[in-house]
Design a protein around this ligand. Structure first.
Ligand code: SF4
Length: 70
């Protein structure tokens, strides 16, 4: 699963560009994560979104790592 720390999100929207089915932005531009879409998404694409976040707001949930989904 993906954890989003909205206090770190700067609203750059990189995650939305990379995985528009998974990440969305609220009216203030802050990230929203669709948990159902995370489960259906390519883990490599999710990791790419995590690594590209300029605010380091996204992280892989250690209790439910994406790696186990492969
Ligand atoms: S890429 Fe990071 S900073 Fe930008 S909207 Fe997504 S979570 Fe927020």
């Amino acid at each position: 699963m993906i954890h989003a720390d909205r206090t770190r999100c700067c609203g750059a929207g990189m995650c939305v560009l990379i995985a528009p089915d998974v990440f969305h932005q609220d009216e203030d531009g802050l990230v929203l994560v669709d948990a159902d879409a995370v489960r259906a998404a390519d883990p490599d694409l999710l990791r790419h979104a995590v690594s590209c976040c300029p605010g380091q707001a996204l992280s892989e949930d250690e209790d439910a790592p994406l790696l186990e989904r492969r």
